[in-house]
Design a binder for this molecule. Structure first.
Ligand SMILES: Cc1cc2nc3c(=O)[nH]c(=O)nc-3n(C[C@H](O)[C@H](O)[C@H](O)COP(=O)(O)OP(=O)(O)OC[C@H]3O[C@@H](n4cnc5c(N)ncnc54)[C@H](O)[C@@H]3O)c2cc1C
Length: 388
């Protein structure tokens, strides 16, 4: 067993870290925060294009699709450094839809979308949730009616986070109303400029945008179906496994910031870092950061061995999102009342980052499947407990 990284992996980490030290300006970090971890339409898009030019957006993909043919470990290192720097953590095309296209789509579809995703030219939106279908995704109702050479789509999605700027919808839609509910869903890529689509913003507790998306007689060519018609639910389950492998760099940064903050801030004449309770709390965060990283890199290890992490990505998602919440809770408590001040206040410690991420951690527990759903997956698929 070897818990270390190779020299090549250490070198790429250094290179990516140096890149982000230069690129992660306060304006970029603000834009990412306002777009719930996504790139946004402005400087974030330029950043991912610079990454794309280096092959860092989709490093594991074959070179013909814009990748570097690299290992998953390298890809996980890049994403971790990106998260540490406050860069985009939610890249739907590069890390969720793209890997699923690579796995399930036709050669024509791969050639059409993958190179543009890898260059950072296009972004996608996850179109799963509906007002009556969240945890129970198979209950989705948006209808894609077969009209010969196209589908006619009608219905509503909600909480579709990138819909206000991304180019394509990664849409789960019902194509067979008579089949059992899991077996009548297809995954369709829809151009967001198609006539009949309306996007209405919703604001999350973290202040970032997510959206409702309405379809009113939208025509979509049949060639836009990913893989086989009516197999969409199974493809979505794989795409969700990829979504749950999210990087933990943001919490690692808060740990470093807390060490710095408590080592330079005095309360009643005494450095916070000398307070035994505060030291204990910070040490607890450090333990959780290590544990989260073990779960995170275990997935890279499995992918490099040709396996798709399944209940393992649920384990990482539930542990990381709950550990993030505990870390930001501790961070804001250590800072006292000023810890509740938002970024706009000059009195906010560490530029209000702990306060913002505290609210963000609440939603991390929900998107990509709630913690209850992750625990159900671990019980069912990991431990073989019977379905209820
Ligand atoms: C900020 C944000 C961004 C999001 N972005 C996207 C996006 O881009 N695309 C997208 O498609 N969706 C997105 N979502 C939606 C997200 O995936 C769903 O909100 C989530 O899956 C939960 O679904 P729901 O809101 O319908 O809650 P429900 O499914 O109604 O769940 C309500 C509560 O019941 C619990 N529960 C439900 N079923 C069970 C069960 N079987 N066992 C135990 N407990 C259960 C849940 O854990 C939860 O606590 C986003 C959500 C948020 C908050």
């Amino acid at each position: 067993m070897n818990f270390g990284f190779t020299q090549e992996e250490e070198n790429i980490r250094k290179e990516v870290r140096a890149f982000f030290q230069k690129e992660a300006t306060p304006e970029l970090v603000k834009e990412i925060a306002e777009n719930t971890g996504a790139t946004g339409p402005g400087i974030g898009r330029k950043l991912v294009q610079k990454m794309g030019a280096k092959g860092w957006l989709c490093p594991t993909w074959p070179k013909e699709y814009g990748g570097l043919d690299s290992s998953e470990t390298i890809s996980f290192i890049i994403r971790d450094e990106m998260a540490y720097a406050g860069g985009p953590v939610s890249l739907v095309g590069a890390t969720m839809a793209g890997p699923s296209i690579l796995k399930f789509a036709s050669g024509e579809m791969k050639r059409e979308y993958l190179p543009r995703i890898a260059r950072g030219e296009i972004e996608m939106i996850l179109g799963y949730t509906e007002p009556q279908a969240g945890s129970d995704l198979a209950a989705l109702e948006i209808r894609a009616e077969d009209k010969g050479d196209y589908f006619l789509i009608n219905g509503q999605k909600m909480f579709n986070t990138h819909a206000h700027f991304a180019e394509y919808h990664w849409l789960g839609a019902r194509t067979d109303t008579s089949a059992p509910k899991h077996k009548g869903i297809s995954l369709i890529i829809v151009d967001m400029k198609s006539p009949g689509i309306t996007v209405r913003p919703m604001t999350s507790i973290a202040g970032g945008k997510t959206n409702e998306v309405f379809y009113d007689n939208v025509k979509v060519p049949k060639k836009n179906v990913v893989g086989e018609v009516n197999r969409g639910f199974y493809y979505i389950m794989t795409a969700l496994d990829f979504e749950r492998m999210f990087p933990f760099g943001g919490v690692r940064r808060i740990l470093d910031e807390l060490v710095r903050y408590t080592s330079t801030t005095k309360r009643e004449g005494k450095l916070l870092s000398k307070d035994p309770v505060i030291r204990q709390k910070i040490a607890e965060i450090a333990i959780e950061v290590e544990a989260a990283y073990t779960l995170y890199y275990q997935q890279a290890y499995m992918l490099d061995k040709g396996q798709i992490p399944n209940y393992q990505s649920s384990m990482q998602k539930v542990f990381s999102s709950e550990a993030a919440f505990r870390a930001f809770d501790v961070a804001t408590a250590i800072m006292g009342p000023r810890g509740q001040l938002q970024r706009s206040s000059k009195w906010a410690p560490i530029d209000g980052e702990a306060e913002l991420h505290y609210r963000w951690a609440i939603i991390e527990d929900i998107y990509g499947g709630t913690s209850e759903i992750q625990r159900n997956i671990i019980a069912l698929r990991g431990l073989g407990l019977p379905a209820r």
